[in-house]
Design a protein around this ligand. Structure first.
Ligand SMILES: [Zn+2]
Length: 122
C-alpha cells in the first residue's frame, strides 16, 4: 500500500494531478460547506481518482495536498460524515482506532467490533 500518495510523485506530474482533482470537485457550497467529489466513487461512497494506474481515495489526496504526507497507519477521517467530501477543513487525521470510535459515536457502526488480540496497529 502506498501511503504517501502525493509526496512520491515526480514534481512534474503533481500540477496535472491537482488540476484533474479540482475539476472533479463541487465547491458551490462555499468555503465552509462540503465539497463533494463528483467523479468516480468506491462502493463505500468515497471518491477515487486514478493516480499512477491505481485508484486513490480523494479525501486522502486532499489531505496530502493541504497538510502534507499522511503518517503510516493513520486514517483521514471526516468531521462531516460525508464520505465524498474533500474539503480539507472537514478532514482530520486519526488512527484506525479513532476512526472506529468515531463511527461508533456517530452510530455508523452497526456490526460488533472484532476483537484483535495481536492488533498493535500503532
Ligand atoms: Zn464535508
Amino acid at each position: 500500500m502506498n501511503k504517501r500518495i502525493i509526496s512520491s510523485f515526480k514534481p512534474a506530474t503533481l500540477p496535472e494531478i491537482v488540476d484533474r482533482f479540482w475539476t472533479r470537485v463541487d465547491r458551490s457550497a462555499g468555503a465552509e460547506g462540503c465539497w463533494p467529489w463528483v467523479a468516480g466513487k468506491s462502493g463505500c461512497g468515497y471518491g477515487t481518482l486514478g493516480v499512477n494506474w491505481t485508484d486513490q481515495y480523494v479525501h486522502r489526496l486532499s489531505y496530502e495536498m493541504n497538510f502534507g504526507p499522511i503518517p503510516d497507519g493513520m486514517c483521514v477521517c471526516h468531521h462531516c460524515d460525508n464520505p465524498p467530501c474533500v474539503n480539507p477543513l472537514h478532514l482530520f487525521l486519526g488512527t484506525v482506532g479513532d476512526n472506529v470510535r468515531d463511527m461508533v459515536q456517530k452510530g455508523r457502526w452497526r456490526r460488533p467490533i472484532p476483537r484483535r488480540e495481536s492488533g498493535n496497529i500503532a
